[in-house]
Ligand binder design. Structure first.
Ligand code: UD1
Length: 385
């Protein structure tokens, strides 16, 4: 029986993966600092190690205690907006703490990792046929200047190339003395694609993984997820965050009357009904995608970056419609201006996942809304309910 270390296994997506790993007879060790995760979300059969990835010694102790065959790394901050106000927080947690994990893997000879990445690595489409997003867009597109939007660096407002250079300089300050982790010109160019520090931090992780493959033969699959929503069909796992911002979750909270209204951000996007279009994917589909990626590495697969999406888009109005149908309630949605940083449209080309992993999605938007409603209506206060 193989043992998988799941970092962030107490979180929304991580807990779905842990449950599925156990169903498929893996031994699971969850590593989580419980900052955003919930102890109640972790399957009873998994062991829990309460550790923060900033603590390299503690990570090493976990690897010494359990014989880890592979890692699935979910532990990261994920909010696009917050990353623009607190870029150093995202550099520290999403990049430097991730390097701690990889260093321990290299030191202990653990050679496989599945990494949470994101569609936010793609930025905004530059021409009509960029959508659906293909993985090699980030290798092909060569912007001269960073697409980073306005954000804060040490309380000063900055954006684009200046913001980008500050971030890269801070990265270099932190890896001083480690020339193997410096970036070449191609890598720097690629990092100019994302519009947010969050997307940039994940693209930098993909680049770092490439370096650890060359340096230490650590094989990885970075999975670029699209918009995750829905809850476990068993009704025991779902999205429980202190201040949720994602569309399906806020729609459910409005249907329950926990918030007075939801805002439809922008009605003039270049989409059929004028509202933003995204590729929504269920966490159980993501969970099976992670396990298939793990099996791909165990059978000798090379390191890869792979999209996990359905290949179908839904507009904000369609998601609200699905939430109304699932809850049988009218949702109070009001028109509001565009939200900064939102692209018009983001849809995955999932053909690489089908071809390399033999993976495809099973849940459609209606099932995502139905499982989300089941979770939120039975757990109005999340896991504490
Ligand atoms: C989400 C994830 C991000 C991931 C990305 C991948 C979170 C917090 N964000 O971002 O980590 O990289 O998917 O594609 O999990 N909308 C409204 N009203 C609302 C909320 C949203 O109109 O109250 C609209 C947005 O403008 C957008 C769509 O709904 O068009 C989806 O937004 P959201 O659910 O916030 O997800 P993303 O920003 O796409």
């Amino acid at each position: 029986m193989k043992t998988i270390l799941v970092t962030g296994g107490a979180g929304y997506i991580g807990s779905h993966a842990v449950k599925e790993l156990i169903n498929q007879n893996y031994n699971v060790v969850v590593l989580d600092n419980l900052e955003n995760g919930h102890r109640e979300a972790i399957s009873k059969q998994a062991s829990l190690e309460i550790v923060d990835l900033k603590d390299k010694e503690k990570i090493a102790e976990v690897f010494a205690k359990h014989s880890i065959d592979a890692v699935i790394d979910f532990a990261a901050y994920l909010a696009v907006g917050e990353s623009m106000d607190k870029p150093e927080k995202y550099l520290r947690n999403n990049v430097l703490n991730f390097i701690n994990l990889l260093d321990v893997m290299a030191e202990t000879g653990c050679g496989f990792i599945i990494k949470s990445s994101t569609a936010a690595t793609y930025g905004n489409p530059t021409k009509e046929n960029d959508i659906p997003w293909k993985e090699d867009f980030t290798d092909r597109y060569q912007p001269q200047r960073s697409a980073l939007l306005e954000g804060k660096w040490q309380s000063k407002t900055t954006f684009a190339e200046d913001f980008f250079q500050l971030f890269i300089n801070e990265y270099y300050n932190n890896i001083a003395g480690r020339p193997e982790l410096r970036l070449n010109d191609n890598e720097i160019t690629k990092l100019r694609i994302p519009m947010s520090i969050y997307g940039l931090s994940k693209l930098l992780d993909e680049i770092i993984l490439n370096k650890y493959d060359k340096l230490h033969s650590i094989k990885s699959v970075s999975l670029r997820y699209f918009n995750v929503c829905g809850a476990h069909p068993d009704g025991d796992l779902g999205d429980d965050k202190p201040a949720p911002t994602n569309l399906m979750t806020v729609a459910m909270l409005q249907a329950l009357g926990k918030i007075p209204e939801i805002k439809i951000f922008g009605q003039d996007y270049n989409t059929p009904d004028g509202t933003g279009v995204r590729d929504y994917i269920h966490p159980s589909d993501l969970a099976t995608g992670h396990i298939k990626a793990l099996e791909y590495l165990f059978r000798g697969g090379q390191s890869e970056v792979i999209n996990l999406g359905t290949g179908r888009g839904a507009s904000v109005l369609e998601v609200i419609g699905a939430a109304e149908k699932a809850s049988s309630r009218k949702i109070n949605a009001v028109k509001a201006p565009r939200r900064s940083g939102d692209p018009d449209i983001s849809i995955a080309d999932p053909s690489k996942a089908k071809q390399l992993l033999d993976w495809q999605t099973e849940f459609d938007l209606e099932q995502m809304a139905r499982t989300a409603w089941n979770w939120h209506s039975n757990h109005p206060d999340g896991f504490k309910s």
